[in-house]
Design a protein around this ligand. Structure first.
Ligand code: SAM
Length: 339
């Protein structure tokens, strides 16, 4: 059975936050100090995550699982979870290229310790990796992440490629007056290192609340800056993927932009999320959550879990309404939701 929301969109992609903790303190995401971490016992165990993922994948045909956080690599024994998830099989009735097969398993990471895990994660069944990188300047990296670890992230990208992940994607949040002068340099990093850079418009999910519309560098601005130096043509048919893509006319790969704020793509959204403590969310910007952990730790059967997931998906809204008077910021920041 497919999971279809009230606007006819079929859910295929589940983002699973495995921890709210992070070894960075990116300014657009977290405060310098004072994050209140969830107590260990509040976080879903691997067995609980596997059970929820099994219901989504094997009953509802969800065919993509992305691990995120917080920083997913700080969760101990992460390859054990990947191995468990790689044993799931997508419902054979799903209208999906993955029907009857293992779901697509991916991770979003800051990459700082990826060298230590790359091979183990690959062997456990991880298919794809996105690494976040917002600047190529080490002093700016220190300012933006509050950690002096640019060299380790760059090494993490190399380690991902050496372990056989292809393509490796880079996530770059662009904030006006912070790193927008590096858009072309970061695009060139992608061209020169055979990685796909995806620029992300700054979203109102920062913990410090400094986001304003004026701090968003729009997709149009990003693409114009790159195309002025390296001519581009659009790649058609994005489907449900969040990034619009362009290809370089000289054949040196592609670049993408995730235009959440200026060109929302909610009409094609196929994503849902589970936070580290087992709250089910139908949108990054949702203001309502469904407590799957309470069901998992009660006497709930898989049928009960499935029914609650169907109920939750039945509340998915048409779109996030950023920029409209009706927009309400969620009371969680990106790291607490799982970006
Ligand atoms: N720690 C991992 C990482 O750095 O990739 C995974 C979690 S992080 C919350 C996931 C993604 O969200 C990262 O690419 C990060 O840059 C992005 N992000 C965080 N806060 C954001 C914001 N306010 N606007 C846009 N993207 C944001």
């Amino acid at each position: 059975m497919d999971l279809v929301d009230p606007f006819g969109r079929t859910v295929r992609d589940l983002r699973i936050s495995v921890t709210d903790r992070c070894n960075f303190r990116c300014t657009y995401c977290m405060p310098a100090e004072g994050m209140q971490w969830l107590p260990r016992e509040d976080i879903l165990t691997f067995e609980e995550i596997e059970r929820l993922a099994r219901v989504c994948v094997e009953r509802f045909g969800v065919d993509g699982l992305r691990l995120t956080g917080g920083e997913p690599t700080v969760r101990a024994h992460l390859p054990v979870l990947v191995e468990k998830l790689s044993r799931l099989r997508v419902s054979s009735e799903a209208d999906s290229p993955y029907a009857g097969r293992k779901p697509d398993l991916s991770i979003t990471t800051n990459g700082a310790t990826f060298r230590l895990l790359a091979h183990e994660l690959r062997d456990a069944g991880l298919d794809r990796v996105n690494i976040s990188l917002d600047t190529l300047k080490s002093d700016r990296f220190l300012q933006m992440t509050r950690r002096d670890e640019l060299h380790r992230v760059l090494d993490g990208i190399v380690a991902a490629q050496e372990a056989g992940f292809s393509p490796v994607k880079i996530n770059t949040v662009v904030e006006r007056g912070v790193n927008d002068d590096e858009v072309v340099a970061l695009a060139e990093f992608g061209r020169d290192h055979d990685v796909q850079v995806r620029f992300i418009e700054f979203m109102p999910l920062d913990a410090t609340g400094h986001w304003q519309a004026s701090t968003v560098v729009s997709q149009d601005e990003i693409v114009a800056a790159i195309a002025a130096v390296h001519p581009l043509e659009p790649v058609p048919a994005r489907g449900s993927a969040p990034a619009d893509r362009w290809r370089y006319l000289d054949g040196k790969g592609e670049v993408g932009v995730i235009p959440t704020v200026t060109r929302p793509f909610c009409g094609d959204c196929d994503r849902v999320r589970i936070t580290a403590e087992g709250q089910f969310r139908t949108c990054l910007f949702a203001t309502r959550e469904f407590d799957l952990r309470a069901l998992l730790r009660g006497a709930a059967s898989d049928d009960d879990l499935a029914a609650e997931i169907v109920r939750a998906v039945g509340t998915k809204w048409a779109g996030h309404a950023i920029g409209q008077v009706s927009f309400i910021r969620p009371n969680r920041s990106m790291s607490q939701i799982g970006g």
